[in-house]
Design a protein around this ligand. Structure first.
Ligand SMILES: *[C@@H]1O[C@H](CO)[C@@H](O)[C@H](O)[C@H]1NC(C)=O
Ligand SMILES: *[C@@H]1O[C@H](CO)[C@@H](O)[C@H](O)[C@H]1NC(C)=O
Ligand SMILES: *[C@@H]1O[C@H](CO)[C@@H](O)[C@H](O)[C@H]1NC(C)=O
Ligand SMILES: *[C@@H]1O[C@H](CO)[C@@H](O)[C@H](O)[C@H]1NC(C)=O
Ligand SMILES: *[C@@H]1O[C@H](CO)[C@@H](O)[C@H](O)[C@H]1NC(C)=O
Ligand SMILES: *[C@@H]1O[C@H](CO)[C@@H](O)[C@H](O)[C@H]1NC(C)=O
Length: 474
């Protein structure tokens, strides 16, 4: 008991309750503290769809802590360790949401663009949309998120190259924006935050996109216009497909030589519905993990496009859908140790040198990229003027107040479980709640599958404060 008390006090005093920021080594994401490989077990998070992004009203997917707590609790139970957020406003405070996701071991992948005019590279007119005001906005997103330890990466672009004709003009702009973001981060962030690209699954130019963006003009990894990672939005596995019929086999043979991490920035074909997610054991199994670093299921909430794991009602309550239960069942079968309890192997491959003969189709093949718009160098040199640099705040509420129902209509009583330092979330091993009338199983996930489970408990005490801590000691 005494020993425990000392340990508790020590931890209470020193713990920062933060996930370990990840680094890229070769084609892997790595926890630099443990040296373990990290694979993305993620979901796309855009409640309300694109229309849910309302910066004029102070609303984006990470603006409301009550909502984030609800969703973080469900995601923790589901077993995900990452979210992708497509549209964030650099002028909104995200501290509560980022801190909640951090506390449950969930990393954030953030797109720097938005659907609003002037806030992305316009596929139809790239040169006049690549402006210093556009760059100021993307740098402001960096400022808003650079201090959160669970900011995993930024996407410089999403599906901007989406067919053969965009492949003839857009590529140099993607390298230019990548260069500018990486130069800004190098100068103004305490740690290196990776920058990459999220590609549409356009087989015609997928490999050219990958090579155009991963190649180096200097022959090594130092070229700032080279992406740090390459991601793919893939919907080729539908229903009860397999490694061959989904053509995942082709992806693996095509990408096996990658010099950067590769993962699915979206996956989860929605036919037939509800989904059965049989791609999950393959994505995280021995055929794919040597090359790929996991993926993010599209998407958390049910929107017009019909890909939801949960339905969000207008009163802020949520009901799980059959897709949630099926995905949870698949995640629960994964080997958590193999996923993120194993040391990263050295996968470092020298990037190909940029040269026109690297490009094999009718795709842009000139590696002279646009120079900075006028006055943009000042933004990089001096940093942009913003008062919104995010920071972690204590997570004081752990109980979900908004209503949550299982897929069969049973009310669920949810809380988040705050994880210890250095841990990311893993599948909870909990089964879906099926009884609509019976007693509701306790639903806060117990991270028993992690090593150092006792530390987990200790850290959550620290966060809940002295009162709770005393209760545990008694
Ligand atoms: C740059 O972005 C910040 C944050 O959104 C904003 O406050 C500032 O006005 C912008 N500056 C310019 C020159 O656009
Ligand atoms: C957060 O969302 C909940 C549920 O939709 C809503 O009731 C609450 O008013 C929101 N809070 C703020 C500050 O907008
Ligand atoms: C889980 O993965 C680890 C590491 O690869 C391996 O040693 C272990 O045997 C696996 N467990 C099962 C049940 O397959
Ligand atoms: C990793 O592999 C590369 C290429 O094979 C090699 O140059 C490098 O020294 C290795 N790094 C470590 C830490 O072993
Ligand atoms: C892998 O990359 C190296 C260096 O870029 C290249 O020489 C080699 O041919 C590639 N191998 C395959 C299978 O693509
Ligand atoms: C590549 O593009 C640059 C800038 O647009 C141009 O000056 C150069 O001539 C091009 N190189 C080739 C080989 O076409």
């Amino acid at each position: 008991m005494l020993k425990n008390t000392i340990a508790l006090v020590a931890l209470y005093a020193t713990t920062t309750l933060a996930v370990q920021s990840l680094v890229i080594e070769g084609s892997n994401f790595v926890n630099s503290n443990t040296g373990n490989r990290y694979q993305i077990v993620g979901v796309a998070y855009q409640p309300g769809g694109e229309a849910g992004y309302k910066p004029q009203s102070g609303v984006d997917a990470l603006s409301n802590g009550t909502v984030c707590l609800r969703d973080a609790a469900l995601m923790q139970r589901l077993g995900v360790n990452a979210i992708r957020v497509y549209n964030v406003s650099p002028d909104i405070n995200h501290d509560e949401c980022a801190s909640i996701f951090n506390a449950v071991g969930i990393y954030m992948l953030l797109d720097v663009n938005s659907p609003f005019s002037g806030e992305s590279i316009n596929r139809g007119d790239p040169s006049s949309s690549y402006t210093s005001s556009y760059l100021n906005r993307t740098f402001a997103v960096v400022e808003a998120f650079k201090n959160y330890p669970n900011t995993l990466l930024f996407f410089a672009g999403n599906e901007v190259i989406n067919d053969v004709s965009s492949g003839k003009v857009i590529p140099p702009y993607m390298r230019a924006v990548t260069r500018d973001l990486k130069n800004y981060i190098a100068k103004h962030s305490k740690r290196v935050i990776p920058v990459g690209y999220s590609a549409a699954d356009v087989r015609d130019n997928l490999l050219d996109s990958w090579n155009y963006l991963q190649c180096s003009t200097t022959g090594d990894a130092s070229d700032p216009s080279r992406v740090d990672l390459f991601a793919l939005n893939s919907y080729s596995w539908c229903g009860d497909a397999n490694f061959q019929t989904s053509s995942y086999d082709r992806l693996i043979s095509d990408f096996k030589n990658t010099s950067v991490p590769i993962f699915f920035s979206e996956y989860g074909c929605n036919k037939p519905s509800p989904r059965i997610f049989t791609e999950v054991p393959v994505l995280y199994g021995p055929l794919m993990t040597p090359v790929m670093s996991g993926g993010l299921v599209y998407e958390y909430s049910q929107e017009k496009s019909d890909y939801g794991l949960v339905t969000i009602n207008t009163d802020g309550s949520v009901q799980l859908r059959a897709d949630f239960d099926a995905l949870q069942g698949q995640y629960n079968k994964l080997n958590v140790t193999a996923l993120q309890g194993v040391k990263a192997e050295n996968t470092s491959v020298v990037p190909p040198r940029c040269a026109s003969n690297l490009i094999t189709t009718d795709f842009y093949n000139n590696f002279t990229i646009p120079s900075l718009p006028s006055r943009a160098q000042e933004l990089i040199d001096n940093g942009i003027k913003t008062s919104n640099s995010g920071k972690l705040v204590p997570v004081t509420t752990t109980k979900v107040t908004l209503g949550v129902q299982s897929s069969s209509g049973a009310p669920m009583d949810l809380s988040i479980t705050v994880l210890a330092d250095d841990q990311s979330n893993t599948p909870s091993g909990q089964t879906p709640v099926t009884s609509p009338t019976g007693t509701t199983p306790s639903s806060s996930p117990t991270p028993t599958k992690k090593s150092g489970a006792s530390n987990v408990k200790v850290a959550s005490c620290a966060l809940l404060g002295v009162g709770f801590l005393a209760a545990v000691l008694l």
